[in-house]
Design a protein around this ligand. Sequence first.
Ligand code: HEM
Length: 400
Amino acid sequence: MDSQVVAMDESFDLLRDPYPLLAQKRRDSGVFRGSVMDWSKTPDSLKPEHLYAAVSFDAVNRVFRDSKVFNSKIYDSTIGLFIGPTILAMEGKPHRDHRNLVSSAFKHKSLLRWEPEIVRPVVNALIDDFIAAGEADLVRDFTFEFPTRVISKLLGLPEEDLPWFRQRAVELISYTVKYTRAFEASAALKDYFLAQIDQRRSNPTDDIIGDLVTAEIDGEKLSDEAIYSFLRLLLPAGLETTYRSSGNLLFLLLSHRDQFDALQADRELIAPAIEEGLRYETPLTTVQRYATEATELEGVHIPAGSVIDVCIGSANRDENRWERSEEFDIFRKRIPHITFAAGEHTCMGLHLARMETRVALECLFDRLTNITLVTDDDPHIWGQPFRSPKALPVTFDAVT
Ligand code: HEM
C-alpha cells in the first residue's frame, strides 16, 4: 500500500472523539486521501492500493446516490463473509428485485401493530426488572436488551431461545474482534434459522420469517440461503445500530440537563430529540464503497479500484449545512441528516428504529423520574465505526 496514504493522526483520540480531526479534514476538502478505519490488523496483501475518505455532506450524499460508480460489492469481502449474500452487497436490478421481496416483511401495517403488541410490552418488562432498585446501568439493563428482544419477537423465535439467540447475536456482531467465534456463530445461526424456515413452510406464521418464506413477486420466491442471510444481516443492521443510537441519545440528554428537563416536560420534543441524537452522535459513523471506475469527487481524483470511507458521522457535522454543527441542540431547525444513508441502500428499518427509540423514551419518562447519570466512572460515547457508551449508570425515583 502507498505509504503516503495516512490513515490516522495520532494526536487525536479517534475512538473517544473523532470529530475534531474530521472537522479539520472538512476544512481542507470534502474528500481526503487516507482512511478513518483501523487497517493495522489487515494483512498487507489484502489492503486496497488506494484509500479515500468522503467527509463533507455533499461528498457522502453523492457517493450514496451514485451506486453505479460507488459500489457496495465491497461487503462481499468484509461483513458478507459472516452473514452471506444479502441486499447490502447487491446493486442495480438484482438489488431492487431482492429488496422488494424482503421489504414485504417491513410493511407499514406491521409497524403499527408491532408498537403496542411487541415493542411497548418488551420495554415495560425490562423497566419492571430494575425499577425497584432505584439504580440501573441503562446500557446493560435497557438499551442493549430491548432491540434484541424486539428482533427476536419480530422474527417469531420461541421465548426460551432468547439467551441462546442473544449470545450468538453478540458473537456475530463482534466479528471484527473475534472472527473465528463469529464464523461459528454464523454457522449456528444458519442451522437455527433453517429449522425456523422449515417449520414455517409447512405451518405459516405471522412474523418476519413467515413473511419472508411466503414473499413472492412475479412467481419469484426467496431461497433458504437468501432468507437466513437476510436474518443474519438484521443483527448488525437492526440490533446493533438501534441499541447504540438509543444509548447515545440517553447519554446526550443526561449530560445536557436543560434539554433533558425540557423533553420530560414536553413529549412533542421526543421526535426532534431523536433526530438530533441520530445526527450528532451517529451510531454507525462510517461505511465503505468501492470505486468501479476512475472518477472525481469534490474535485479530488479517485482512481478505479479505490476503497472509499463514507463518513456519515462527519457529513452530519458539516458546518456548511448546519449552524453550530458541533453542538447538540434538540431545538435546532430540522434539516435532514444522512444517518440512514441515501439512495438505493437507504436503511430499510428506519421507521422501526425511530419507533423503538420513541417508545423507549416514553416508557422511561412515564415510569422514572429524577434520572441522574452517575459520573464517577466517566461514562462517555466511544468507538469507530460503531459508537455508543459502554455503560450508563443512573439513579432514579419510580413515578408513583
Ligand atoms: C438507528 C438505527 C439504524 C441506523 C443508524 C441504520 C443505518 C443504516 C445504514 C447507514 C444503512 C446503509 C448501509 C450501506 O449501504 O452501507 C442501513 C441499511 C440497512 N438497514 Fe439500517 N440502520 C438502523 C436500524 C435498522 C433496523 C432497525 C433495521 C431492521 C430491523 C435495519 C435494516 C437495514 C437493512 C436491511 C439495510 C440494507 C438496505 C439495503 O442494502 O438496501 N436498520 N442502515
